[in-house]
Design a protein around this ligand. Structure first.
Ligand SMILES: Nc1nc2c(ncn2[C@@H]2O[C@H](COP(=O)(O)OP(=O)(O)OP(=O)(O)O)[C@@H](O)[C@H]2O)c(=O)[nH]1
Length: 617
């Protein structure tokens, strides 16, 4: 270990710039990050892969950023000095704004990317507010100036009018063509402050992310605020009290590079043979055992999940594997929560909390791919607040747990305050959709002569179920949406139970507004009839509120065995058919006497088109 020269380190600190890139989805953050890596020779051109920072397969496939990533880049500036950039990429989707605020807590500056043709969108605003909350310096960048529809002057004006940020010297960039990147690199040096932080003070390092590595244990991503940390140091995680000896520190550039130390201002990683993943929660502070800081850094706001869904292994014996997998995912996804639950229909599983449907989708896919699990998932639900006649207040995350109607004094559901930015021409369509989703109009403001910001109060349950897709399709993709939770309001809600062959299936219960109950009941029974395969007896499918049947249909019995009509002389075809049936079976759950496919548990979500049909529009 070379001797540390404090004067040199203080000089080095002046040349550090920590920044994030924030933007509305698809405005080009990841492409700009790629250009920065390329033009600073952080990656050799032959290794350059589009969207290098999106390391998860899922991210590449879907073209979205889910997890934040921090990369160290060295930039030779025009003043002859070499600067150290820590670039922290962030996701753009509303479900992942939690990740955005975490990465912003590790930075001093934020590059705000706005698409030159699209202008300011709902998440542009949301992200700017997050950056301002973290006291970051904001550098506006107008991207995609190569597009024929680009109008940088108009976008500058919009940034000034809507956000209230001086955009007169915004950097004009085309990340695709590499235009404006040299100027952007210089502006990062001149506009963003170097980190402060006392190198001689007791260590304070903020944990902003961590991953589990089966060889090295937990790899903790940190932003060092004060002091220095190096291999061999004895560290303490301040909130959990756990103590370890540091085995390695380093930075990602873009692959892991070992370093002799990390100092105040650095963003990097640390390993210390940490086996217990619950000891290194994001938001916690690391200090030294011998020279501890007197208090931890302010942590993160705990995120409350918005949607809950039941996750069950198709094979009951995999329950333990599912729990281990959820624990591992939770380590670098603090917004994920889960607790055990049992269902009469599905056996042992977990009630899992998510930030939104995209988050839910991503977690399910990661569980299946990375952990090789076959899952049965129940329809997502929001958390209802129920007050009983006895004055007891219950938070209901699982519809089947709703008390009997006669015990309930009041049911409340979460509402959001939503803002939708849209061109004038589509305001009518947006309002119609919002109204149909039980929205209550708040205000309408003009952003410029042909775009407006419409605000509504809406039940969260209506917004999470396909609202965004509907909004996009009824505005040809022009609308952008952002929302924040606005507390609970009483609603006239009822629980609909589904009975298969006379037996109530708890995992299929759902909660709806009374006005939609009959219609939903009818659609759902019809949908289940479509989805559940015929069996050798007739299966009645019923939707009921309490003892009152709302809708009923029958799944007719088979007349004969499917394979019977296949000529025995064709064993190939017969085998294929049986094989197909078997594969389908993997996703089936035997509920009482009926085999129910996974799809059926999600049927409540798939009723949108039918709903439209039922209403005749
Ligand atoms: N014409 C043009 N297209 C661009 C430019 N920069 C990015 N794009 C394209 O815009 C799309 C979105 O770019 P990304 O970099 O993935 O956007 P992002 O903001 O990182 O998106 P998320 O990671 O999903 O939040 C991609 O198809 C890019 O190829 C540009 O300067 N000009």
């Amino acid at each position: 270990m070379p001797k540390i020269n404090l004067e040199e380190l203080k000089e080095r600190q002046k040349r550090i710039r920590n920044f994030s890139i924030v933007a509305h989805i698809d405005h080009g953050k990841s492409t700009i990050a790629d250009r920065i890596l390329e033009q600073t020779h952080t990656v050799a051109e032959r290794d350059m892969q589009a969207q290098l920072l999106d390391t998860m397969d899922l991210e590449r496939e879907r073209g979205i950023t889910i997890k934040l990533n921090a990369v160290e880049v060295h930039y030779d500036a025009k003043d002859g000095q070499t600067y150290i950039f820590h670039l922290i990429d962030t996701p753009g989707h509303v479900d992942f704004s939690y990740e955005v605020s975490r990465s912003l807590a590790a930075a001093e500056g934020a590059i705000l990317v706005v698409d030159a043709a699209q202008g300011v969108e709902a998440q542009t605003l949301a992200n700017v507010y997050l950056a301002l909350d973290n006291d970051l310096e904001i550098l506006p960048v107008i991207n995609k100036i190569d597009l024929p529809a680009a109008d940088p002057d108009k976008v500058k004006k919009e940034i000034e009018d809507v956000i209230g940020l001086d955009a007169s010297d915004a950097v004009l960039v085309s990340a695709k063509k590499g235009i404006g990147i040299p100027e952007l690199l210089e502006r990062i040096v001149s506009d963003f402050p170097a980190p402060s932080g006392d190198l001689e003070a007791p260590l304070q390092a903020l944990i902003f992310d961590s991953q589990y590595d089966s060889y090295r244990g937990v790899v903790v991503n940190i932003r060092v605020r004060e002091g220095i940390v190096k291999p061999g140091d004895k560290i303490r995680i301040m909130n959990t009290g756990a103590e370890y000896e540091v085995s390695e520190v380093g930075v990602m550039s873009p692959t892991a590079q070992k370093r002799d130390y990390l100092m105040a201002g650095d963003v990097g990683y640390l390993t210390a043979s940490i086996k217990d993943i619950s000891k290194t929660q994001s938001g916690d502070t690391i200090t030294l055992v011998n020279n501890p800081a007197d208090k931890p850094l302010p942590g993160y706001k705990k995120m409350t999940p918005m949607v809950y869904s039941g996750l069950y292994p198709s094979d009951n014996a995999k329950y333990g594997d599912l729990r281990d997998a959820l624990e591992k995912l939770q380590l670098n996804d603090a917004a994920l929560t889960f607790e055990p639950e049992t269902s009469q229909a599905l056996g042992f599983g977990f009630r899992v909390g998510f930030l939104g449907l995209l988050h839910m989708d991503v977690i399910q896919e990661r569980l299946e791919r990375e952990f090789d699990l076959d899952l049965v998932t129940t329809a997502p639900s929001v958390t209802y607040r129920v007050t009983t006649h006895d004055g007891e207040v219950l938070m209901i995350e699982n519809p089947s747990e709703l008390p009997e109607a006669q015990e309930i004094n009041q049911i409340e559901e979460p509402y959001v305050h939503a803002q939708i930015m849209v061109p004038n021409d589509y305001v009518g369509a947006v309002m119609e959709l919002a109204q149909r989703k039980r929205g209550e109009f708040d205000t309408l403001e003009y952003l410029d002569e042909n775009r407006v910001n419409v605000k509504y109060y809406m039940p969260l349950s209506e917004i999470i179920f396909n609202f965004f897709d509907r909004l996009k399709s009824s505005t040809r993709g022009y609308a952008s949406l952002d929302y924040e939770i606005d507390g609970y309001r009483p609603s006239d809600l009822v629980k609909i139970d589904i009975l298969l062959n006379g037996d109530k299936v708890d995992a299929l219960s759902f909660i709806v507004h009374r006005d939609f109950a009959v219609e939903r009941g009818r659609i759902i029974t019809a949908k289940l009839k479509e989805i559940i395969p015929r069996q050798n007896f007739e299966i009645p499918v019923q939707a009921a509120i309490g003892n009152k049947i709302l809708a009923r249909t029958n799944i007719k019995a088979y007349r004969k065995d499917v394979t019977a009509k296949i000529h025995t002389g064709d064993p190939d075809r017969r085998a294929k058919l049986l094989d197909k049936q078997k594969r389908g079976k993997a996703r089936m759950k035997d509920v009482g006497t009926v085999s129910v496919p996974q799809e059926a548990f999600m049927a409540v979500l798939k009723t949108e088109d039918d709903e439209k049909f039922a209403r005749g529009n």
